[in-house]
Structures are given as C-alpha cells and as structure tokens.
Design a protein around this ligand. Structure first.
Ligand code: FPP
Length: 235
C-alpha cells in the first residue's frame, strides 16, 4: 500500500455489543467482554499495516445514563483491559493515550490509566487513544472555556485564533485528524464523536456487530480507504 493510501489515523465507533449479546440471549456485558477481544484484533491489524494512531470510542459521556450494573461492568472491563494489556503494549511498542473527561472515571480507573499512559509514553510504533467519558460537544466547549481563560489573562487578542490554534486546545492536541472512521453495526451516525476532527475524514460503515469485527475486517476497511479519492473540498 502506498503511503498516502494508508491512513495515519483510524478512529472507530465500536457499536453493536448489546445486540450481539441479545441475539444470543446473553447479558449485554458478555457482548462488551467479547468486544474487548475485537480491540486486540484491530490493534494487531493497525500494527501490521503501519497505522500510526488508533482512536477507540470506548465510553461516551452519554453512556453514564445506562443502568448502573452495565456502567460498573464497563468500568471493570476498562480496569481489566489496562491490567492485562500493559505488558503487551510495552512489548509491542504501543503508546496509550486517553481523551475525554477522565476526571469523571472511578479513581481506580484514573490511576491505572495514568500509570499505563506514563509507562508507555516513550513508545512509537502505534498510539492507541481511548475515548473515555468523551463527548465531542463537551470537548469543544472545554476548549472554548480554556480560550476564554487565556483571553481574560490578557494572553490573547483574538487575531491568533485560527483552526490550527483551536485544534491545539482540544483533547486531541498533537494527534493528527483521523483519515478514516470505521463504524460497526450499520448505524449511519457520528454520535458526538470527534466532531471537529472528522471534518474531512473518510467514513467506512459495516453491518458487522463490533464483537464480530476482526483483523480481516479492519484490513478490508483500510483497503476501502485506499480506493477513496480525497479532495478536501478541491477538485
Ligand atoms: C457499543 O455497544 C459499545 C460500547 C458502549 C462500549 C465499547 C466497549 C468495549 C468494546 C469493551 C470495553 C473496552 C474498554 C477498553 C472499556 P452498544 O452497547 O451500544 O451496543 P448496542 O447498540 O447493540 O446496544
């Protein structure tokens, strides 16, 4: 695959865990557990192909509204994910980062997340970004609040506010915009994910439910991307 045919940054809306479980008469949490395994498959696919950034929508701000046992189960899965995967991330050269209102997570998750982020900070092969307690609108509002603070402190005139300046105030500062967004389970929605960053992102929607999404599916999405003609508003 030529360099421009390979996305530098792939973002994924991992949807359909609940339906996967429901179809089998299993509790929703079994679907989420199975979904954790698809993460591993995509990380492998990304490393194999040479993708630099992989951003995963693991828990949205809206997900707090789910029944408490499901929320608690997802937080336990996050803890387990961090416990189980740290060694592998270190071995494989994967750097972990997180975006979202991380301070809203249970303290134990915050601690394990901070430890894994610090331990993997020097890795360069692939950056995995977990979106946790994440909302695209809240991210934009948080950026504006920061800019207003800078202005109040007299650090800004307003002239310097450009799209690039604004991008640097988002949780994703330093991370390139996604080239490819994958959404599973067939829904044609962006669902409050990376609203600013997805401006020119190519979108690949597959009917497969997230727990059924494997490495081959990830590589097929990369091949679909390679056939796209990106014009960025030009001709
Ligand atoms: C969407 O399925 C998925 C989520 C809300 C959570 C994603 C979580 C994982 C893949 C596993 C946990 C991993 C970590 C790192 C925490 P859904 O429940 O909305 O599915 P449905 O639309 O079929 O109900």
């Amino acid at each position: 695959m030529s360099k421009s045919a390979l996305p530098r940054h792939v973002a994924i809306i991992m949807d359909g865990n609940g339906r996967w479980a429901q179809q089998r008469g299993l509790p929703r949490l079994v679907g989420h557990e199975q979904g954790s395994k698809s993460i591993r498959a995509c990380v492998e696919g990304a490393m194999e192909a040479g993708v630099e950034f992989l951003t995963l929508y693991a828990f949205s701000s809206e997900n707090w509204k789910r029944p408490a046992p499901e929320v608690e189960g997802l937080m336990r899965l996050l803890e387990r994910f961090l416990d189980d995967k740290l060694k592998e991330m270190l071995k494989e050269g994967v750097r972990l980062q997180a975006i979202g209102r991380i301070s809203e997570l249970p303290p134990i998750c915050q601690r394990k997340l901070a430890e894994a982020i610090a331990a993997t900070a020097a890795n360069t092969r692939l950056t995995v970004v977990l979106a946790l307690s994440y909302s695209g609108r809240v991210e934009i509002v948080d950026a504006i609040k920061g800019i207003v603070r800078e202005a109040r402190e007299g650090k800004l005139t307003g002239e310097e506010i450009t799209p690039e300046f604004f991008s640097d105030r988002l949780y994703t500062k330093g991370i390139p915009d996604p080239d490819l967004l994958i959404r599973t389970s067939g829904e044609m929605r962006v669902s409050n994910f990376l609203l600013w960053q997805l401006s020119y992102t190519e979108i690949h929607v597959t009917p497969k439910l997230w727990p059924d999404f494997g490495k081959e599916d990830f590589l097929a999405a990369l091949a679909d991307y390679a056939g796209r003609n990106r014009r960025f508003g030009g001709i």
